[in-house]
Design a protein. Structure first.
Length: 351
């Protein structure tokens, strides 16, 4: 893990962000006195004034509201200042209408798919700006967007939209919340759980909004820093309804294939596929001969590049990525290519 990178920034006199306000209060006053130190100060001021004369006034005086430090992937402690609870904003920055559904229903597939949109767009981190979808571009605004909440919440209010769960109960779409009441704006963080990356449950895929932009990466459980303070939560509005299926090549809607999370009873070939044991055998932490057989067939079909040591009995991220690649090779997209084998995935793989 690389050392965190910090940047000393003098607090701007007219900046209202928490860092600058705190810096103005804590900054020591310059010592008073006469003689050569004062003379040197006059020279420095004169040089600075000459330099600023070449800069447009707007650029010279505009307060810098960007985070005081840019976090690097895996640096262990991203600086994630967050804004307060706020309504959704439009592209013009105006508050949206009042919320009508305090806890809208959604599926796990929809939560992760929304989270992936910001990752693909590399939405810049900001505790002041709002993305085109109306959500604030900080960690809590990101979770509010992924959960489909009617407002921009913050770490102090997100908990009321979920229920506390245990580590063993975590599933994609749940969150890990750290709210620090002593420093709620800059001492708190929240991330989206995307699934375990190993059978020991020591690492998971995280979706998070952190400087410089939204990212998805493997992260040690529960997080790089403040490991004893992150609490798992499950969104109260999660349902088991069928996910929205992508359109077929001819433009007609099709039912999601049975390998998709949340596929309903109307999905084609939901059962009756020879050899398919059931989706429960391919969940994070599962260990059985079906996982080994699946991995061996994936290698045979040309998807063995995801395995470092070859397929084995423990379901892991290598299996999930190999299955996802196979599903995408069938032309499936979105929730239909979630990396978990359903009956139709199994039928095509072993055909």
């Amino acid at each position: 893990m690389t050392a965190p990178v910090f940047e000393d920034v003098d607090p701007a006199s007219d900046c209202g962000c928490p860092g600058c306000v705190h810096g103005r209060r804590a900054a020591p006053r310059p010592p008073s006195g006469r003689g050569r130190p004062a003379a040197r100060g006059v020279v420095v001021v004169a040089a600075a004034s000459a330099a600023l004369a070449t800069v447009p006034p707007a650029a010279a005086l505009a307060p810098d509201h960007s985070p005081h430090r840019q976090a690097l992937p895996g640096d262990g402690a991203p600086d994630t200042p967050q804004g307060a609870k706020a309504p959704l904003h439009g592209q013009a920055g105006r508050p949206g209408g009042p919320a009508t559904a305090p806890i809208p229903a959604t599926t796990r597939t929809q939560i992760i798919n929304r989270a992936k949109v910001w990752v693909a767009a590399q939405v810049p981190y900001s505790m002041y700006a709002f993305w085109s979808d109306g959500y604030r571009q900080d960690c809590s605004g990101y979770v509010s967007m992924a959960w489909g909440l009617p407002n921009n919440e913050w770490t102090g209010s997100l908990g009321q939209f979920g229920v506390k769960i245990t580590k063993e109960e975590l599933q994609p779409g749940d969150i890990l919340l750290y709210h620090n009441p002593d420093n709620p704006e800059k001492g708190s963080h929240v991330v989206i759980f995307g699934g375990w990356t190993d059978h020991t449950h020591t690492s998971y895929t995280v979706y998070e909004q952190t400087p410089p932009h939204t990212r998805r990466q493997a992260t040690p459980y529960p997080y790089w820093s403040n490991a004893d303070k992150y609490v798992p939560y499950r969104y109260k509005g999660v349902t088991k309804a069928a996910a929205v299926a992508p359109p077929a090549a001819d433009g007609k809607a099709v039912a999601p294939h049975p390998g998709a999370a949340g596929s309903g009873p109307g999905a084609p070939a939901s059962h009756g596929v020879p050899g398919y044991p059931g989706r429960r055998y391919f969940r994070p932490g599962a260990a059985n001969d079906h996982v080994t057989r699946l991995g061996a067939q994936l290698v045979k079909k040309g998807f063995g590049r995801f395995y470092d040591l070859g397929p084995g009995p423990h379901w892991g991220d290598s299996d999930r990525r190999a299955v996802e690649a196979f599903q995408r090779a069938q032309g499936w997209r979105g929730g239909a290519a979630d990396g978990y084998p359903g009956p139709e995935t199994w039928r095509r793989l072993f055909a």
